[in-house]
Design a protein around this ligand. Structure first.
Ligand code: 13P
Length: 247
C-alpha cells in the first residue's frame, strides 16, 4: 500500500500561499508516498492548476451530501471534482464541533463523495474528557461504524484518527496509544468491510511535525498523516513527506 501524506490547510491561505505548493512539488518531484494538500475551497482550482504534471494531489475539506440544490454556501462533491480535487476530508472534528456534524451526516457526505469518484478521508477521534474516562476505543469504534460510506474500499476510503486534544496543541498521544488505536481500527474495519480493510490507509493526525514524524510512521498500522499547521509551509510538510517516504 502506498502511504499518504495529507495536509489540511483549514481556513488559511490566499493566492500567495500557492507558492508553498509550488515549492513542495519542486522539492519532492517523485516522493515514495502519495502527497495531498487540501486548501480552502477558494484555492482548489488554482492549486490543481499549479500541481498539474506533478506528484501533488489536491482535495477539499468538506462537501454537501446532496448533488445540487438550495444550500447556500455549500459545495457538492461534483463541484470539488470539477475544480480539480481527487480527495475530500469529511467529519473533521472542527466540523463536528463548529457545524454539529453527526456520524450519519458524515456518512452521507462520504457516500456522495465516493459516488463522484472522490476519495473520502473520514476523520474520527476522541476528546480529552473521553480519553480520561477510558472511552477512547468505544468512541472511535462508534464513529467508525457510523461514518464510513456503504461500498467502502481501499481505493475510495481513508481513515484519519485525530484525537481532538492533540489538534493544534503540540501534544500527541504516546506511540503506544497511537498503536493501540490504529490496530483497533484495522480490526474493526475488517469486521465492517472484510479483507479490503487491509488496504485502507489509516492516517494519524494531531501535532505531526517533521521532528516527530519518523517515530509516528514507524508504528504498525500508521499509513500516513493528516497534518494541519505543519502543512502550511513547504519545508515543514516536505520534511513529513520525506519521513513517510523513508518509512
Ligand atoms: P495540527 O497538525 O495543526 O495539529 O492539525 C491536525 C489536523 O486537524 C489535521 O486535520
Amino acid at each position: 500500500m502506498k502511504k499518504l501524506a495529507a495536509g489540511n490547510w483549514k481556513m488559511n491561505g490566499t493566492a500567495a500561499a500557492l507558492e508553498e505548493a509550488r515549492a513542495l512539488t519542486a522539492a519532492h518531484p517523485a516522493p515514495a508516498c502519495e502527497m495531498l494538500l487540501c486548501p480552502p475551497a477558494t484555492l482548489i482550482a488554482r492549486m490543481a492548476e499549479a500541481a498539474r504534471g506533478t506528484a501533488l494531489m489536491v482535495g477539499g475539506q468538506d462537501c454537501h451530501a446532496k448533488p445540487s440544490g438550495a444550500h447556500t454556501g455549500d459545495l457538492s462533491a461534483a463541484m470539488l471534482r470539477d475544480a480539480g480535487a481527487s480527495h475530500v476530508i469529511l467529519g473533521h472534528s472542527e466540523r463536528r464541533t463548529d457545524h454539529a456534524e453527526t456520524d450519519a451526516q458524515v456518512r452521507a457526505k462520504a457516500e456522495a463523495a465516493v459516488a463522484e469518484g472522490l476519495v473520502a478521508i473520514v476523520c474520527i477521534g476522541e476528546t480529552e474528557a473521553e480519553r480520561d474516562a477510558g472511552q477512547t476505543l468505544a468512541v472511535i469504534g462508534r464513529q467508525l461504524d457510523g461514518s464510513i460510506p456503504a461500498g467502502a474500499t481501499a481505493a475510495n476510503l481513508v481513515i484519519a484518527y485525530e484525537p481532538v486534544w492533540a489538534i493544534g496543541t503540540g501534544r500527541t498521544p504516546t506511540l503506544a496509544e497511537i498503536g493501540e488505536v490504529h490496530s483497533f481500527l484495522r480490526d474493526r474495519l475488517r469486521g465492517l468491510i472484510g479483507d479490503a480493510a487491509d488496504g485502507v490507509r489509516l492516517l494519524y493526525g494531531g501535532s505531526v511535525k517533521p521532528s516527530n514524524a519518523a517515530e509516528i510512521f514507524a508504528i504498525p498500522h500508521v499509513d500516513g498523516a493528516l497534518v494541519g499547521g505543519a502543512s502550511l509551509k513547504a519545508a515543514d510538510f516536505g520534511g513529513i513527506v520525506a519521513a513517510l517516504s523513508a518509512a
